[in-house]
Ligand binder design. Structure first.
Ligand SMILES: Cc1ncc(COP(=O)(O)O)c(C=O)c1O
Length: 374
């Protein structure tokens, strides 16, 4: 039985959370929240105590991503999934082009397909484990890219399609804060804090260019119906006041601000991305040298450095490995449920120690050997 395999102490990472989201929250951030709690939790989100935390998160993100003048950080409730709906109302004028290469990128395309006020989107697909390229087209007013497709472990460079005039909207839910990005290449770079920002879910954040803000204001002033909770002009107005339109989860905001400031203190995005590079090198290097594991993504340049997927040979049952790891407090290494592969998916976000990734690879080897001989 898998549960009977007990990992020796030297094969236990200092922290066993390797899930791709919700993901590891740093203990230091939780301790800081606990210390701040008596004056912070349970206080009004429209007062300075909470608004100063929102301000720290917004200014910290602007610094982290080196946002050019005129770019603004918007936020609202509902996570990335709600932002897709908000974008369908407030950022896509009529016709969008979507790169669809996994569960999340296909979901945004489906939102737009169902929106009665928009034209049918152009959807460019590629098989799981790869990503397609955008096709510049004068008729497209918004390109929907995904920095990191968390369901498959494929990352793509954020780049404006050559000569394209449409807005570039990037789902960076799991990529933001762990992958390098040049802000001049996007108009909206949106994400949620439960991945690289080591917070909790339920919030969306979007770094928006002046063109994106202009689009949002123009569509807001048109006769298009905008449900208030999904209205980007309302979100903009509130974000400028360092608050959300309706009540947010205060702990999430605190953890986000703490993580952003931690990243900035350590050296900013370049530091964070380099740390993810190191973890990725450890993990993929191990898989390539292993007799039973292989990186799922064939092209090294497309392999995610924030959420890695590793296929196992048929004779090794990845589900049994993940279950054994879980019984030893190493959690959430299971693959994305709908991908249906014999693989492990391992988060490499900045909060995760590269040394813990190395220990994890040794733990996997140990478990595979023990399962084979058991
Ligand atoms: C790339 C990507 N997009 C969107 C989402 C959905 O985010 P949320 O759960 O905040 O709505 C996720 C969540 O895992 C994701 O990884």
């Amino acid at each position: 039985m898998a549960v009977e395999i007990v990992l020796p102490p030297e094969l236990r990472p200092s922290d066993g959370r390797f899930g791709s989201g919700p993901s590891k929250v740093r203990n230091e951030a939780v301790a800081a929240l606990a210390a701040a709690a008596p004056q912070y939790l349970g206080t009004s989100h429209r007062r300075e105590t909470v608004r100063s935390v929102v301000r720290r998160a917004r200014t910290g993100l602007a610094a982290l991503f080196a946002l050019p003048d005129g770019y603004e950080v918007l936020l609202g409730n509902g996570g990335t999934t709600a932002f897709w709906d908000a974008a369908a109302f407030g950022l896509i004028e009529r016709h969008s082009q979507h790169l669809s290469f996994g569960e999340f990128s296909s979901k945004f395309a489906a939102v737009v397909q169902g929106a009665p006020h928009l034209d049918a989107p152009e959807v460019i697909e590629s098989p799981a484990g790869t990503h397609p390229e955008a096709r510049p087209d004068d008729g497209v007013d918004a390109y929907a890219l995904t920095h990191n497709e968390t369901s498959t472990g494929v990352a793509m460079e954020v780049r404006r399609p050559e000569g394209a005039d449409g807005l570039v909207l990037v789902d960076a839910t799991s990529g933001a804060g762990g992958l390098r990005v040049d802000a001049t290449q996007f108009d909206a770079y949106y994400f949620a804090p439960q991945k690289c920002f080591a917070g909790d879910g339920g919030l969306w954040l979007a770094c928006c260019s002046p063109r994106a803000i202009e689009r949002t204001e123009r569509l807001g002033a048109s006769d298009r119906w905008l449900p208030p909770s999904l209205s980007l002009p309302i979100a903009l107005e509130n974000s400028r006041l360092d608050q959300t339109y309706n009540t947010p989860a205060l702990a999430t905001l605190f953890l986000l601000a703490h993580q952003v400031e931690w990243m900035l203190e350590q050296g900013g995005l370049e530091w964070a991305a380099s740390r993810c590079d190191r973890s990725a090198e450890i993990l993929y290097g191990w898989a390539e040298a292993s007799s039973f594991a292989t990186p799922f993504v064939a092209k090294p340049g497309e392999r995610s450095h924030v959420s890695a997927t590793v296929d196992f040979a048929e004779h090794v049952d990845a589900a049994a490995v993940a279950a054994t790891l879980r019984a030893n407090d190493i959690v959430d290494t299971e693959p994305y449920r709908k991908l249906g592969r014999n693989q492990l998916r391992i988060a490499l976000y900045p909060a995760i120690e590269p040394d813990d990734v190395a220990t994890l690879t040794r733990a996997v080897e140990y478990v595979v050997d023990a399962l084979a001989s058991g």
